[in-house]
Design a protein. Structure first.
Length: 231
C-alpha cells in the first residue's frame, strides 16, 4: 500500500472514533439533516448496501460543510482517496509522487468546494484534481520566469506549508525517502528555515531565482500531505 495512503487511513481511523467524532456528527446533523441518520463519521462515508460508493446525499452535505469545518473536509477527502489512488495508478503512473500531489490538490478543492455545484461530489473533485494535476505537469519544467510565476499562488492559503525549524527534520526525512531531491531540500531549508532570500539560495545552487521559485513550489506541493501525515 502507498505509505501516504496508509498514513491517511490510520489517521482517519483515529479521527472517526471518540468524543471529537461524536461532537462532529452532532454538529453536522444540526445543519444537514441528511447526516442525522449516521452513527459516526465513518458510517457517513462508507458504502452502503447496494451502493458502489458513499451515499451521494451524505457526501454532498459534507462538501457543503467542508469549507468551514476541518472534520467534514477530512471526511470528504477520505471518501475520495480510492478515486485518487486509481487516478494516480492509471493517469499518473510516470510520476512516483503523483498520489501525494493529487491528495494536496484534492484538499484544496474540498476546502473551496462550491455549494451550488450539482452532480456527484466525488466525481467532481476527481475531475477538478485531474485538470489541476495536468496543468501542474505542464508547468513543471517552465521555459520562462513568467510561466513559473503564474503557477505560484499570490496569497498563501492556511493550508500552505508553515516552515519552521521545529518541522525541518521531517523535510530532511522526506528527501531521504525520495519525495524531493537535494536541490529542492536546499531551497526549502535555506528560504523557509534560515529565512535567506530566494535569490541567495538560488545562487548557492548555481541557478536563477525564477527556476528556484519553481523548484521550491513543486517541492512544497509534494511535502504538504507528507508533513500533514507526519504531524
Amino acid at each position: 500500500m502507498n505509505p501516504t495512503l496508509a498514513r491517511l487511513n490510520a489517521e482517519w481511523d483515529r479521527m472517526a472514533t471518540g468524543s471529537a467524532a461524536t461532537a462532529a456528527l452532532a454538529r453536522w446533523a444540526a445543519r444537514e439533516p441528511a447526516l442525522s441518520a449516521y452513527a459516526d463519521p465513518a458510517a457517513a462515508i462508507a458504502p452502503g448496501p447496494g451502493r458502489r460508493g458513499t451515499d451521494r446525499a451524505a457526501l454532498a452535505a459534507l462538501a457543503r460543510l467542508a469549507p468551514g469545518d476541518d472534520f467534514a473536509a477530512r471526511a470528504v477527502l477520505q471518501a475520495v482517496l480510492p478515486g485518487l489512488m486509481r487516478l494516480a495508478a492509471v493517469r499518473c503512473a510516470d510520476d512516483p509522487v503523483s498520489f501525494e500531489e493529487l491528495v494536496s490538490f484534492a484538499w484544496e478543492r474540498i476546502r473551496t468546494y462550491p455549494c451550488t455545484r450539482q452532480s456527484s461530489v466525488a466525481a467532481n473533485v476527481i475531475l477538478d484534481v485531474r485538470k489541476r494535476y495536468r496543468r501542474h505537469r505542464r508547468i513543471e519544467a517552465p521555459r520562462s520566469a513568467e510561466v513559473c510565476e503564474e503557477s505560484l499562488e499570490p496569497v498563501r492559503s492556511a493550508e500552505d506549508l508553515a516552515m519552521a525549524r521545529s518541522g525541518l527534520d521531517d523535510v530532511v526525512a522526506a528527501q531521504r525517502c525520495g519525495l524531493i531531491d537535494e536541490v529542492a531540500l536546499h531551497l526549502v531549508l535555506r528560504t523557509r528555515g534560515d529565512d535567506v532570500p530566494l535569490a541567495t539560495a538560488a545562487a548557492e545552487r548555481h541557478t536563477t531565482a525564477a527556476h528556484a521559485n519553481c523548484l521550491r513550489w513543486r517541492a512544497e506541493r509534494r511535502l504538504r500531505p507528507y508533513l500533514a501525515a507526519a504531524g
